[in-house]
Design a protein around this ligand. Structure first.
Ligand SMILES: NC(=O)c1ccc[n+]([C@@H]2O[C@H](COP(=O)([O-])OP(=O)(O)OC[C@H]3O[C@@H](n4cnc5c(N)ncnc54)[C@H](O)[C@@H]3O)[C@@H](O)[C@H]2O)c1
Length: 264
């Protein structure tokens, strides 16, 4: 079993939602955190919110789409903490829309998901995760660290209408643990560096609060526990995944019993 006490976490998208909740959990349990997000104002707000839990928080502006930013982030974590034990690449966005929208009167296509709408989500949710994980894992290997890469997938990974961009990026997150665990195994690293993903259902964060209320009510009708998941409930699962070193190479769901996939 691993201990969070004195361990170092790198969290992207750490200025809000699940990332910030994870940072709070980590420092409350005696860990150290490097929080990364797109801008200084959001990081300043996070620092204020985490202050009561001690001095073990560092922040860095990092746009996960930029290779240089990700590399500097990993180097800064090593410089400040001497190692990295948890990698949580949680920066993510949604830009929902149907691939083709049909005009009811004419039956013809009136609108299409733009290339930018597709690519901008993949750039952050998939390529940004690749860059974050690659740079942090390099730091972990070169500095002899033990720990976990914890990705964040989604129940949307099984395919939600209106989220071709997001669902594709999250489906990729559910295959990363298998590929990376196999690669670490081949190189004799799997006992030291594990990789998993958590796949939440609908969590009460800014991302979900952007959904129009009537749509959200319809979603909640499909959730057996009848409410949004609390960010702390996702974080509690991540804590267990970190501590329990038998957990590796798989996706762990936290969705309140939500029927997986889209009803169409
Ligand atoms: N909220 C949910 O219901 C839910 C469900 C399943 C998975 N997730 C995933 O959890 C992760 C966190 O989501 P959340 O709900 O906390 O969202 P959120 O919107 O509250 O937080 C996301 C954070 O990512 C940051 N970010 C966006 N683009 C970035 C970039 N290019 N570089 C660095 N940071 C960037 C934002 O500034 C923000 O602080 C995402 O990957 C999301 O897809 C969320």
């Amino acid at each position: 079993m691993l201990e969070i006490l004195n361990s170092a976490a790198v969290i992207t998208g750490g200025g809000g939602g699940i990332g910030l909740a994870l940072a709070r959990y980590w420092v409350k349990n005696g860990g150290k955190v490097l929080l990364a997000d797109v801008g200084e104002p959001i990081l300043e707000e996070a620092r204020v919110r985490l202050k009561e839990w001690g001095e073990n928080v560092r922040t860095i502006v990092c746009d996960v789409r930029r290779e240089g930013d990700c590399s500097r982030m990993a180097e800064y974590a090593i410089e400040q903490f001497g190692g990295i034990n948890l990698v949580a690449p949680f920066a993510g966005v949604i830009k929902d829309g149907l691939m083709v929208s049909i005009d009811k009167a004419t039956g013809r296509v009136e609108k299409k998901m733009s290339l930018d709408q597709f690519r901008s989500v993949v750039d952050i949710n998939l390529t940004g995760v690749f860059l974050t994980v690659r740079e942090c894992v390099e730091g972990m290997i070169n500095n002899g660290c033990r720990g976990l890469v914890c990705l964040i997938s989604s129940t949307g990974a099984l395919g939600t209408a209106g989220q071709l961009n997001y669902s594709s990026s999250k489906a990729a997150m559910s295959v990363f643990p298998k590929v990376l665990t196999a690669e670490f195994f081949r190189r004799g690293l799997a006992e030291r560096i594990r990789c998993v993903a958590v796949a939440p259902g609908y969590v009460g964060t800014e991302m979900v609060r952007k959904i129009p209320p009537e749509k959200l009510d319809a979603i909640l009708e499909q959730v057996p526990i009848g409410r949004l998941i609390d960010p702390d409930e996702v974080v509690s699962l991540i804590g267990e995944l970190y501590r329990n070193e038998a957990l590796a190479g798989d996706v762990f769901h936290v969705h309140g019993g939500l029927r997986l996939g889209s009803r169409g």
